[in-house]
Design a protein around this ligand. Structure first.
Ligand SMILES: [Zn+2]
Length: 280
């Protein structure tokens, strides 16, 4: 088997694990990733905290049941939950955003969401947060607080407003490019050919991979820890040495593998119109 073959098989297994993942609601130690960027999520549902002198930005809320763990993680790092000024999301799916309404009420933070995900964010349908969006974002808009700046990149397909966040952090005298991938995944049940609810879905994925390939990346992160091998990198980081989260090669390999998985599924659906994606 080729090296790429082994790599694909490995990612295939990782994807399977992620789908029935007990890590979703399991606590994980809060830790500093680099510069003023911290991890405060569960063992798989990633939540990022950007600490600034003017308060903190959080990316993602996870489910309501996870919020006490996130709050404990923030406080463990010595920050205040109430100092959350801005809340952002990776995309409008419950594992990343179900608790944003509660978070907003508890902290008075401003919620900022990509245009095409706003309706889902404000929806009061079961499992949707029914939150009020304070600022509607568009591709390449920036979010600034206390000297930190994040850029919202529209990476649609997984949801219409799926957002990949980029920022720069200072670490050891170096400026590092951070990429927090929104999601490049075609979920089971997704229809890529003849999707009446989302006609341009396949072309949106194509655009997403073009954007992801164009981004400079030193620190590779994403909406789920499984995207970037968080647990293994955390163990490596604890052991000392170079920052394991600096992984530009891992980022490239991940995008390449995810794009070929998408393209294979798209080809399969072109041959079988109307056939939804299966568990991949
Ligand atoms: Zn999702």
């Amino acid at each position: 088997m080729t090296r790429l073959g082994i790599l694909s098989l490995f990612s295939f297994a990782a994807t399977l694990l992620a789908q029935a993942n007990p890590d979703w609601h399991t606590a994980f130690p809060a830790f500093k990733i680099a510069g003023n960027l911290y991890y405060v999520g569960t063992a798989d549902l990633a939540v990022y905290l950007i600490h600034t002198p003017s308060g903190n930005i959080l990316i993602n809320s996870d489910f309501e049941q996870d919020l006490p763990m996130i709050r404990a993680s923030i406080e463990k790092l010595g920050f205040r939950y109430k100092d959350t000024k801005i809340v952002l999301i990776s995309h409008a799916h419950g594992d990343h955003d179900a608790a944003v309404g509660v978070l907003q009420r508890e902290t008075d933070a401003k919620l900022m969401v990509m245009d095409a995900d706003v309706a889902e964010e404000e929806s009061k349908a079961p499992g949707r947060p029914g939150a009020h969006v304070d600022r509607i974002l568009h591709d390449q808009d920036t979010v600034e607080l206390g000297g930190s700046k994040l850029t919202a990149r529209l990476t649609p397909g997984h949801t219409k407003g799926c957002t990949t966040w980029t920022m720069k952090v200072q670490e050891g005298g170096r400026t590092l490019d951070v990429v927090i991938v929104g999601s490049p995944n075609v979920n089971p049940g997704y229809i890529l050919v003849g999707n009446t609810k989302y006609p341009p879905i396949a072309n949106d994925y194509v655009k997403t991979f073009a954007v992801l390939k164009s981004l400079p990346c030193d620190i590779f992160l994403g909406a789920h820890g499984a995207y970037f091998g968080m647990k293994a990198k955390y163990e490596k980081m604890k052991a000392g040495g170079a920052n394991a989260f600096v992984d530009p090669e891992g980022y490239r390999a991940y995008i390449t593998e995810r794009e070929s998985t998408f393209r294979n599924e798209w080809e399969r659906q072109k041959q079988n119109p109307g056939s939804p994606a299966r568990k991949n």
